[in-house]
Design a protein around this ligand. Sequence first.
Ligand code: LMR
Length: 333
Amino acid sequence: MRKLILAAASVAVLALVGPASAQSPIVIKFSHVVAPNTPKGLAAEKFKELADKYTDGKVKVEVYPNSQLYKDKEELDALQLGAVQMLAPSNSKFGPSGVREFEVFDLPYILPDLATLRKVTDGPLGAKLLKLLEPKGMTGLAYWDNGFKVMSANKKLVAPEDYKGLKFRIQSSKVLEAQFRSLGAIPQVMAFSEVYQALQTGVVDGQENTPSNMYTQKMHEVQKFTTLTNHGYIGYVVVVNKKFWDGLPADIRGQLEKAMKEATAYGNGQSAKENDDALEEMRKSGRTELVKLTPEQDAAMRKAMEPVYNDVASRVGKALIEEFVKETKSTTN
Ligand code: LMR
């Protein structure tokens, strides 16, 4: 009995004198729209784990996948208002929040591979782009990969003509809009969480995405053909609410930066494999036929989409496009 009372008393004393931070950790709500078992979903979980470790539990990251909290555009509004603290929207989704420059990543065939992408994002241009987020109340912390896109429909898509008149779901990017228009298709902006149903019911005919996004949303079950075009890239910018971030104690911010750096290396180190695995699962399922383009078909697709660079020059910025292209061609030092 005596032991019990003593134990209860020590709990009470601890509760009275314990530091406030030990009782109420700083909470970071991290909202995203994809499944947990995707490149972004896994990187977010890794960040959560490392943030807990490096801050000794002073920061708790709550990850909300699958648009549980917000859909595409709402997510960015919520971050700017401070209703959530962290997101990783795709580059294509910053336009409606007034930062169109990230749409440069959407240009067809602008990035030949992930190594080239990394050169751009890790270099001065990557840093310059992140700065553009600050006047909008966001701080850009890192670039996270997804990967290269495939095209799907219930029709076999091998030539530009095959796209004519078909409705394609797109993310909210004017570059993606111009891309589908260059193929004679009809682009339709739609939130990610609505794509599966739109494909299933025929609201749209096709879509473009990475294999990991397609597979985890089961889109391959309602699309007879998936063409391995690799015509564009989907990647993310991890953003935090700037006021929240600037208001953190400096030591905590430093620990979170360390956690982010490691989570980024982890996620980017395995994104290609996750997409390869997803593609293999899609093939094994037998629900969608994977279509490879011949070099001639690939060349025809590239040619058809070439005008997009001019079409969007005034929106994204001609100088920015030129700088980006130059960076992709420069040799690594
Ligand atoms: C999409 O909307 O297709 C993607 O941006 C979803 C995502 O976050 O990968």
